[in-house]
Write a new protein. Sequence first.
Length: 428
Amino acid sequence: MSINSGVVGDDVSSGLISMGFNFPIGGQTYSSLYFSSNGFVNFTTASGSLSNAVPPTSNAPYPALIVYWDDLHPGYGGSSITYDTLGTAPNRRFVISYNNVSQYGNSAYRYTFQVALFESGNVEYRYQSMACCVSTASVGIQVSATDYASYGDVNTMPGGTAILWAARENSSPGGLSGHVWWGRAGTIGLADNADVVTWSNAANYAKNLTGSTTRPKYRNNNAQNINFNPVVEFTSATASDAAAQFFSAPSFLGASTWNQAHYALVGYPSSQRQGDRVLYEDAASPVGADGRLSIHWAWLDDRVFWDAGASGNGNRTFYLDTDVANKASIWLFNADTATASPSGSRLGIRRDGLAKATSGAPAAFTGINANFRVGYGGVDSTFRGVLAEGMLFLGNTMSNTQAAQLESYLGVKYGVTLGATQPRRRAT
C-alpha cells in the first residue's frame, strides 16, 4: 500500500478519498469514500464514531462497511492507515490497510487488517494479525436501515482469515442507478408452472409486485427460458381484475412531477396484435390527453407505443413493427424533457440496441399516486407473453453510453445480439 492517509488521531475520519472507479452498493454508485480511525468505511458522511454496534445501527452513517469497529488509535508508534487503487478496469480494487493500529489506551494490543472494495461490488475483509480479547469489536455490513448483515460482536478475528461479502445483482443493473423498479424472473425461484404471488422489486423491497387473483406463472424449462434464464408467463386474454394475469405495486410516480422516465424490458408477446398495456401507471392528464406511463406491445395496428406520462402533447411516440411476437428482445423506452435520449431525440424507442422511434418533445408529467401495474393496466386488453426482466428509471438522464452499457449487460445475460435486424424466434 503506497499512500499514507495521514489519519493518526483518535475518533477521526479521513477526508473524502477517490477510489478511481464507481463502486456499486445499495442501488447507488460511489466514486469516493471515507474511512474511520475506528475501523469502518462509509460513503456519504465522515464519521469517527467510537460507539461500535452490529447492524442494524445508526451509530455510523450507512452504507457502512464495518470491518473491525472498535475504539482504535492509529497514532501510536508504528501505526498507519494506507490505501491504494490496484488492478485495471473493469477489475480494479480499492484497498485500505490498517497497519499495526492499537487499542485506544493500550498500545501493547495491535491489529493489522484490510478491506478491499472491488469494482464488481464485492467486498473482502482481510485479517492478518489481531490482538485478542481486550474488548468487543463489531463486524458486519449495513446498506440501509433494513438491508444489512452482521458477523457479530467479537473479541478478535483469527489472523489469516477473510470475509467475502458478494454483491447482489440488485446493486445496480448494468452499473446504472436511479431505478425504482427492477424485476427479474430469475430471483423468484419456484417450481416450473407455479403461481407467482410476489415478484420482488430489487430496487425497493417495500414496493414488491403482488400477483393478481389469477396468478401469472413462473416458467423455468428449456422451451421457454431465454438463454437459460427463467421467465414469468401471462396467458389470460380476459380483461378484468378478477381474470387477468398481472402484478401491481404501490405508485412509483407518487404525486411528484417528473422530467425523465425510462423503461427497459426483456421478453416478448406471444401474439402480434394484443391491444395491451404491458406496463402502466396513471399520471395527471395534460389538456386533451389521458395521462399514463405505459407501453403498448403491440397495439391492434401493429404499432409499438410509448406514452411517457401522457398520450398527447408530444408525450407519445410509436413505430410500426410486424415482428414482435415470440421474438426475445431487449427493449428500451426513453423520455427526457431537456436532453436527447439515446434514440436521438427526447422521446424514443430502442429494440436490441437499434433506434426504432425518435420523435416528440415531451412535457413534464405529474403522478396521481396510482398503482403501478405489469401485464394489465385495468383498461384495454391484457398482455399475453413472457417477461424475463423489467426496469423503470425515474428522474435521471440516460446517456448514450449508459444505454449501451445497460443493453450490453442484458444482451450478454439473455443471449441477444445487439444491432440484429432479425431477432431470434424463441417460441412457437
